[in-house]
Unconditional design. Structure first.
Length: 228
């Protein structure tokens, strides 16, 4: 079995970046970023490509240092109060073939010294997608419960994200599925530890999580009429 391309050096760099989140430090340490973070992440994505094609053919990854599955480390500081220039995590986005952006259903791998996880589903779906998911829950609550409460899925994942404090328009506050209909994110999270990413079995671990996410992914994809 091949060794994991990810080593503790990746998390060491990210911890140091949290303490030194400025352009001078990053420029000086960019060779470390490339050798310890970016290139190993690209290699991990490359190792995921074939098993992912078997486990979830509608999902795909692109093992490239730029414009691929690895999210940019540079933060967009134009609109937020936080003006630190760099993200202090590694994000790997596994996109659905029908997806044009991060709001479509997909899988996400998050590497952070303080929190590692696999995310699945739809984060902040646009209004028509959100409406379609809610309508699918309303029309067939049993199908939603089967997906949500599937044993393999529920053992690995926990539903997460934000919800409305009030009832969404068109749904009564007494609706039997109101807790789920209030969701504005349809995502689930499976926690991992930083040391898991240095394990030789990391590719198998991640693919196992992708397989266990299938009930949620299929329900969402069916709701918005894309194959899974």
């Amino acid at each position: 079995m091949p060794k994991s391309p990810i080593t503790p050096k990746l998390f060491k760099f990210l911890r140091e970046l949290k303490k030194n989140n400025n352009r001078d430090w990053f420029t000086e340490n960019k060779p470390r970023y490339l050798s310890d973070v970016l290139h190993p992440a690209v290699e991990l994505v490359a190792e995921l490509e074939k098993p992912l094609a078997k486990a979830a053919p509608m999902l795909g990854v692109t093992p490239k240092a730029h414009n691929g599955s690895i999210m940019r480390i540079y933060r967009d500081t134009r609109f937020g109060k936080d003006k630190t220039p760099y993200k202090t995590n590694v994000g790997i986005s596994v996109r659905h073939q029908a997806a044009k952006d991060i709001h479509a259903p997909g899988i996400y791998f998050h590497l952070d010294p303080d929190e590692c996880f696999v995310g699945a589903g739809c984060w902040r779906p646009e209004s028509s997608v959100l409406a379609a998911i809610r309508a699918a829950i309303d029309e067939d609550p049993k199908a939603w419960k089967r997906a949500r409460d599937n044993k393999a899925f529920a053992t690995a994942f926990e539903l997460s994200g934000e919800s409305l404090k009030t009832s969404p328009r068109d749904y009564s506050k007494d609706h039997p599925m109101i807790e789920d209909l209030r969701r504005i994110d349809f995502i689930a999270v499976a926690p991992l530890k930083p040391k898991d990413f240095s394990d030789d079995k990391i590719v198998a671990m991640l693919i196992d999580k992708v397989k266990k996410a299938k009930p949620l992914m299929k329900f969402i994809c069916d709701a918005i009429d894309v194959p899974y």
